[in-house]
Design a protein around this ligand. Structure first.
Ligand code: NDP
Ligand code: BG6
Length: 513
């Protein structure tokens, strides 16, 4: 591509799919895509899936011929589904524009079929309706399982036996949780594979669809300056932080069965860690990337109980407002020990990362909402300025921060001379703030992932061996926490979380960013 001038866009073509889709033009007059949202009456469907589909439609990313079907047990007509969906559609992409017309066009393509998740007969009825809309074209079918995990298999069985495509592809997006531990996850995979091939299964981790997570590989592998520093030689520790400033809010029933380690760490944070720490893949092909992720996950030491701190939020009154405790949720038992906060120290036993602590921290009902990666570099050997000016060693080290959300940004903390006649240093940021640099709205993670599933791009979906490796790291410690009934450290709603996380970090000479 030659020399890239500042501010000039250039694009990279990702490798051709090795699947049927490569030769399959989705915009062909003779083909169509039917997207069925199973569990269409639910929270995720309303909040994320329908709005993402609309955004893709608005951007012209959906194929020429497509229909969206909602499927759930609730009784609803097509018109009622459209009313329900219309409430959560927004003109997110161009706020100045009135997108009513586009919304109406999109809603006209949305239909509903009520049915049980374990009824082949109901799925056959759906199949008949889909066929009518497909109008004899090559029919590609995508099922999005937006339902609780205990009914995944029933729905997959019925969809694959009664409603799979006769002449195109059939793909199924499966939402987390993918089991509760190694055994249940393996059982889920075995059951799914009774009805689907691995390449039909799209296990979604929506953090992989976030802009800055996707950018991680670009940052590492397309800039000369980062990759040489990306090892134990220069990096002192890496932190993966997830914080929410609200509690489990309406999802207590689900959450209490899983807890923060399964809800956030074993998937979202570990996936980011794998992309951060993997070796350079052979190519950008999905299998090459996933091979490298599996390798790095397999090089990790299973997490030890000593290296975990858990917490649970308790009620707190601030400014006359009483914020609830986790156990105030009516769907959560009063004596629940489920962690709503956890901090952990993980290690990768390979040549690149030997001895470097990878710290994770995830919590609900904390004082702020953010997701970020912090890379703390080592001290400058024999740093002249430390000697001469007594700079605090810890403050003087470089730090690279990748802020996934909110206010997406990448910034590098450097030491700089404060302008003036004297010699005083301060810490300044080289700051790439997305909102200042790019005018275009950042797509929601679900948009990217839905589009990838339609296009057959598997790079951002989890392969079963990755999932096995991820569970192997966390299953032993989860079992110990539960068998030993470890009591979480209570922290007030809206605080910075348990102080134990600071002791854990200090044990490895780390200060949380
Ligand atoms: P909901 O609890 O809202 O369930 C979705 C739909 O499934 C409901 O509308 C209901 O439809 C049906 N359903 C619910 N419980 C049962 C049951 N016990 N038996 C049979 N059907 C049931 O789930 P969400 O929409 O919140 O989540 C869907 C999936 O996505 C889950 O696997 C969840 O873990 C995952 N997820 C959700 C996120 C979120 O923010 N909500 C975030 C990340 C993942 P009906 O009664 O009409 O059949
Ligand atoms: C989900 C978790 O996977 O991610 C939720 O189940 C969490 O507990 C959510 O709130 C966070 O996603 P986001 O995109 O809002 O940061």
């Amino acid at each position: 591509e030659g020399i890239l001038k500042d501010g000039v866009n250039f694009s990279v073509t990702l490798p051709q799919q090795t699947t049927d889709i490569a030769t399959f033009d989705l915009n062909k007059e003779s083909s169509t895509v039917s997207i069925t949202v199973v569990g269409a009456s639910g929270d995720l469907a309303k909040k994320k899936i329908f709005p993402a589909l609309f955004a893709l439609y608005y951007e012209g990313c959906l194929p020429k011929h497509f229909t969206v079907f909602g499927y759930a047990r609730s009784k609803m007509t097509d018109a009622e589904l459209r009313t329900m969906v219309s409430k959560t559609l927004t003109c997110r992409i161009d706020k100045r524009e009135n997108c009513d017309e586009k919304m109406d066009q999109f809603l006209e393509r949305c239909f509903y079929h009520p049915g049980q998740y374990d009824s082949e007969e109901n799925f056959l009825e759906l199949d008949k309706k889909l066929k009518v809309h497909e109008g004899g074209r090559v029919a590609n079918r995508l099922f999005y399982l937006s339902i609780p995990p205990n009914i995944f298999i029933d729905a997959v069985k019925c969809a694959s036996t009664s409603a799979s495509s006769a002449n195109g592809w059939t793909r199924v997006i499966v939402e987390k949780p993918f089991g509760r531990d190694s055994e249940s996850s393996a059982a889920l995979t075995r059951s799914l594979k009774q009805y689907l091939d691995e390449d039909q299964i799209f296990r979604i981790d929506h953090y992989l669809g976030k802009e800055l997570v996707e950018n991680l590989s670009v940052l590492r592998f397309s800039n000369l300056i980062f990759e040489p520093l990306w090892s134990r030689q220069y990096i002192r520790n890496v932190q993966f932080i997830f914080a929410e400033d609200f509690g489990t809010e309406g999802r207590g029933g689900y959450f209490d069965n899983y807890g923060i380690i399964r809800d956030i760490m074993q998937n979202h944070l570990l996936q980011i860690l794998a992309l951060f720490a993997m070796e350079t893949p052979v190519s950008l092909d999905a299998e090459d990337i996933r091979n490298e992720k599996v390798k790095v996950l397999r090089s990790m030491r299973p997490l030890r109980l000593d290296d975990v701190v858990t917490g649970q939020y308790k009620s707190h009154t601030r400014g006359g407002v009483k914020y609830p405790a986790y156990t105030d949720d009516k769907t959560v038992p009063n004596d629940s020990l489920t962690p709503t906060f956890a901090a952990a120290a993980l290690f990768i036993d390979n040549a690149r990362w030997d001895g470097v602590p990878f710290l994770m921290k995830a919590g609900k009902a904390l004082h702020d909402r953010r997701a970020e990666i912090r890379v703390q570099f080592r001290h400058v050997p024999g740093n002249l300025y430390n000697k001469n000016f007594g700079t605090d060693l810890d403050l003087a080290t470089n730090e690279l921060v990748i802020r996934v959300q909110p206010d997406e940004a990448i910034y590098l903390k450097i030491n700089n001379k404060v302008p003036g006649l004297g010699m005083r240093l301060d810490r300044s940021n080289l700051n790439l703030l997305y909102a200042a640099r790019y005018s275009k709205e950042i797509p929601d993670a679900y948009e990217r992932l839905l589009l990838d599933a339609i296009e057959g791009e598997r790079r951002l979906f989890i392969r079963s061996d990755e999932l096995d490796a991820a569970w192997s790291l966390f299953t032993p410690v989860l079992k110990q926490l539960e068998e030993k009934k470890i009591v979480p450290e209570y922290y007030p709603y809206g605080s910075r979380g348990p102080v134990g996380s600071h002791y854990l970090a200090a044990r490895y000479n780390v200060r949380w960013g």
